[in-house]
Design a binder for this molecule. Structure first.
Ligand SMILES: C[S@@+](CC[C@H](N)C(=O)[O-])C[C@H]1O[C@@H](n2cnc3c(N)ncnc32)[C@H](O)[C@@H]1O
Length: 236
């Protein structure tokens, strides 16, 4: 009889990852917002507001929320006087969106917008879900006008050992239980594992610079459990 192994299947890559994530987000869409609020004690809202505040663009600026999901960032953008629009790959997430912003079903790595047509690009907790980051950064750069701003939010691994241990316990053990109780067990088992997709900080910042961004900065939020990357599209 073959041994049953407790080792989880390797994380998908490439087209397989794209398809698996689209299906996963379609499944968890109905309770996505509820689980987020409970899992982060509502702090996720504050982090998105920090991302929007970091744009420092003029009122009425056109800002694209890439991988907008249910539209949380779009609502914050509108609340700050911007004109948001969103794209996401998951029809389920878009169906459950609660925003007046125009939303399009599209791949963030092939944005359906002309060159230099937008003032800002934001993204919330989606970087590790893309098949690759260089094409995402290149697309953000392409659609932004010179001087346009980017603000990208995602989870991070805290550098302080004690915080890292506490976070690993919560994010790795408790959060999946909350997700399983309220939504879908396998999707929320994927959540802590998905952090492995994120490149090291230096590589992230370098990737933005190589795509043509200047003033590349990283802010660490909530003890290093969340990170906010900001940059400006260089004038050429
Ligand atoms: C963790 S959710 C984040 C949703 C939202 N930004 C938020 O702040 O709550 C990740 C989102 O990325 C979307 N996504 C994953 N890959 C994508 C891609 N290649 N293009 C567009 N959206 C994608 C998923 O459908 C999902 O809605």
């Amino acid at each position: 009889m073959p041994h049953s192994s407790a080792r989880p299947a390797p994380l998908p890559e490439g087209e397989e990852k794209r398809r698996a994530l689209q299906a996963m987000f379609d499944t968890i869409a109905p309770r996505y917002d509820l689980v987020n609020r409970i899992m982060t004690f509502g702090l996720d809202r504050r982090w998105r507001q920090r991302a929007v505040a970091s744009l420092t663009l003029d009122r009425d600026s056109r800002v694209l929320d890439v991988a907008c999901g249910t539209g949380d960032l779009c609502r914050d953008l509108a609340g700050s006087g911007y004109r948001p629009l969103g794209v996401d790959l998951s029809a389920g997430m878009l169906r459950h969106a609660r925003t007046d912003a125009p939303l399009v079903r599209a791949d963030a790595l092939l944005l359906p917008f002309p060159d230099r047509s937008l003032d800002g690009v934001v993204s919330g907790f989606a970087l590790r879900n893309f098949v690759a980051l260089p094409p995402l950064f290149a697309e953000a750069h392409r659609v932004l006008r010179p001087g346009g701003r980017v603000a990208l939010l995602d989870v991070a691994t805290p550098s302080h050992p004690l915080v890292r241990a506490g976070h690993a316990l919560y994010f790795g053990r408790v959060a999946p239980l909350v997700g399983a109780a309220l939504s879908d067990a396998s999707a929320y088992r994927y959540l802590p594992r998905s952090v492995a997709y994120l490149p090291p900080v230096a590589e992230l910042l370098d990737g933005l610079r190589r795509a043509g961004f200047a003033a590349v900065e990283r802010r660490s939020l909530f003890g290093g459990t969340t990170q906010l990357l900001t940059a400006t599209r260089s004038p050429e």
